[in-house]
Design a protein around this ligand. Structure first.
Ligand SMILES: Cc1cc2nc3c(=O)[nH]c(=O)nc-3n(C[C@H](O)[C@H](O)[C@H](O)COP(=O)(O)OP(=O)(O)OC[C@H]3O[C@@H](n4cnc5c(N)ncnc54)[C@H](O)[C@@H]3O)c2cc1C
Ligand SMILES: *[C@@H]1O[C@H](CO)[C@@H](O)[C@H](O)[C@H]1NC(C)=O
Ligand SMILES: *[C@@H]1O[C@H](CO)[C@@H](O)[C@H](O)[C@H]1NC(C)=O
Ligand SMILES: *[C@@H]1O[C@H](CO)[C@@H](O)[C@H](O)[C@H]1NC(C)=O
Ligand SMILES: *[C@@H]1O[C@H](CO)[C@@H](O)[C@H](O)[C@H]1NC(C)=O
Ligand SMILES: *[C@@H]1O[C@H](CO)[C@@H](O)[C@H](O)[C@H]1NC(C)=O
Length: 491
């Protein structure tokens, strides 16, 4: 008994910073750190003093719900070997953990661990271009801006997204819509090789030849198969391009919806062109506003596909020629960190009527909650391009991916906001089904916690993914009953 007591005291003395953290969070109410994690953190601190933080590191996380999630400790590895050592300690001690890329997930424990270890990959940002400049190996801790800046030096780019501070990790592992998707498919369709720390803490080089099953599984498999440390991706020659967005008053809504439909269905032959548009509520003016983003991967200021769109009178415009890194900074300034956020998604075959319908449903549903502090709901219509479809036939024909984003300020409104999204989702899904245009595929990176995107991968794929998961992770470390439970789980 005495022996056990002194062992406990020793354990506590060994983690003075964690103890201080425990006092700090008492104010927030409930957070208990499992003894397993006290042990894990103590060992990690001993091995990695300088990259270890008791509690959370001083890092801004995009969503406030994740920002206020408290970890037992936080660690920022700088090499694959570090990641392997960290995972070894975590498994050995049975402590919960989360993997953080750019930290743009929206639910606590998705990428900031609730009470366990947060493995933050942001120091892993190498860029290694192959001698023939056709591929690039990227550290998995890049955000899109660091990736663009690293590649623009070589007049290269990769299939990556719009917003500077979004992480490469979550973006690629879930799919990845890019302005280059009409030509090259999803970002994940352009990964030639993954370097992964497997659930048993060993390192594997995963490509079509070495581990065909795991290579298949990592394409959309998110954080179910291990910690990806490097992605080797297609490198693409890229100079300046056209991008930016224009805002429009709602008087032009029908014209915009019509143009979006035309661009999706008639102009899919021009794969340099990409676009998406949004319809959002602005609390300050108590009004709605549309924004259409134009993207053309060559330096052409007025490309033919946008000719008709450009006739519609706009309110403001950032459309211009420039470097993608700069465009990504512009996009990030429109979606700053700080608020509480949720995403929810529905997919349907392109339809102007349905675009209008899902927007109208949002208009109806927000009426009773539109004075909620910081309230900002927005619907983004993102075409699912044919190149994406070709790369993954199971996703079926041409489609429109609809993303509802809702932002608000206060925790006491969380339930009301979730309920709002749920009502929108049910009604929009029903509308798509009724119109005979419903598409079962759901983009995992746009799905709400209540949705089941893996089901939308198709039954055969789902069974195969589950089988591969069990084979690679027999202990279930990366499952909903295991140590890494955040985001969407196969088991
Ligand atoms: C403002 C904003 C703009 C966006 N724009 C786009 C866009 O243009 N196109 C698009 O397709 N999507 C876009 N998204 C969605 C975005 O792709 C997802 O939110 C994505 O998951 C974010 O990745 P992250 O690394 O930043 O997030 P994180 O929260 O760090 O990670 C998301 C999930 O992936 C896991 N993960 C991350 N890295 C690894 C790794 N190396 N190994 C294993 N698991 C890992 C995490 O554990 C977590 O569960 C946007 C999202 C936001 C908030
Ligand atoms: C802590 O959690 C318990 C059980 O979940 C709950 O009953 C209690 O009210 C919580 N305390 C605080 C301060 O939130
Ligand atoms: C946290 O980081 C910010 C910005 O990098 C810095 O200004 C601040 O001083 C840091 N706070 C602590 C406690 O280190
Ligand atoms: C990039 O392209 C520009 C313009 O074509 C050229 O001047 C420059 O030398 C190129 N840089 C590299 C590293 O190829
Ligand atoms: C692509 O489609 C548009 C609209 O139908 C047409 O005007 C254009 O000529 C086509 N371009 C090519 C290269 O076929
Ligand atoms: C780790 O897991 C992989 C994949 O299942 C397996 O091939 C390898 O033999 C395992 N290594 C050890 C040391 O257990």
């Amino acid at each position: 008994m005495t022996g056990m007591k002194s062992a406990l005291i020793t354990a506590f003395l060994g983690i003075t910073p964690a103890l201080a953290f425990g006092i700090a969070v008492a104010k927030h109410g409930n957070i208990t750190i499992d003894p397993e994690c006290v042990k894990a953190c103590s060992r990690l601190r001993n091995i990695f003093g300088d990259i270890y933080s008791p509690g959370n590191a001083n890092v801004t996380v995009w969503d406030a719900k994740q920002q206020e999630t408290h970890s037992a400790c936080w660690i920022q590895p700088s090499s694959t070997e570090d990641v392997s050592t960290i995972l070894g300690v975590i498994i050995d001690t049975s402590c919960r953990f989360a993997i953080k890329g750019g930290g743009h997930a929206r639910v606590p424990d998705d990428s900031v661990s609730a009470g366990g270890v947060t493995i933050d990959l942001q120091k892993m940002r190498t860029v290694a271009v192959s001698p023939d400049r056709t591929t690039v190996t990227l550290g998995s801790g890049h955000v899109l801006l660091s990736l663009y800046q690293g590649l623009e030096k070589y007049n290269l780019t990769s299939v990556a997204g719009r917003v500077a501070d979004v992480g490469l990790g979550g973006f690629v592992l879930g799919g990845g819509f890019s302005h280059l998707s009409p030509k090259y498919g999803f970002a994940m369709d352009n990964v030639l090789e993954y370097e992964v720390v497997l659930p048993n803490a060993t390192v594997a080089i995963v490509n079509h030849a070495t581990h065909p099953d795991l290579y298949f599984a990592l394409r959309g498999g998110m954080n179910n198969f291990g910690i990806v440390t490097h992605f080797t991706m297609r490198a693409i020659r890229q100079g300046q391009m056209l991008a930016g967005s224009r805002t429009y008053s709602t008087d032009n809504r029908d014209a915009i919806i019509h143009q979006a439909y035309r661009l999706t269905t008639e102009w899919k032959n021009d794969t340099s062109m990409a676009f998406y548009y949004s319809f959002g509520y602005q609390q300050v003016t108590d009004d709605f506003i549309l924004a259409v983003s134009q993207e053309y991967s060559r330096p052409v200021l007025r490309p033919a596909p946008f000719e008709q769109l450009n006739q519609i009178p706009f309110e403001s415009s950032t459309v211009r020629l420039g470097w993608n890194s700069q465009f990504s900074i512009d996009s990030a300034s429109a979606t700053p960190p700080g608020g509480r956020n949720l995403f929810a998604t529905v997919t349907y075959h392109p339809s102007a009527d349905l675009d209008r319908r899902v927007q109208d449903i949002m208009v109806e549903e927000i009426q009773s909650v539109k004075t909620t502090p910081g309230f900002h709901p927005n619907i983004v219509v993102q075409p699912l391009y044919e190149a994406v479809v070709r790369a993954g036939r199971e996703r079926g024909g041409n489609a429109a991916v609809i993303l509802l984003t809702v932002r608000w300020e206060n925790a006491q409104d969380d339930d009301r906001m979730n309920a709002l999204a749920q009502r929108w989702l049910e009604r929009s899904t029903a509308a798509a089904k009724k119109a005979g245009k419903y598409h079962p595929w759901l983009y995992i990176n746009y799905a709400s916690k209540e949705q089941d995107p893996f089901r939308g991968y198709g039954e055969a794929n789902l069974q195969r993914l589950r089988r591969i998961q069990s084979e690679v992770d027999p202990q279930g470390v990366f499952t909903s009953q295991g140590l890494c439970r955040g985001y969407f789980k196969l088991h």
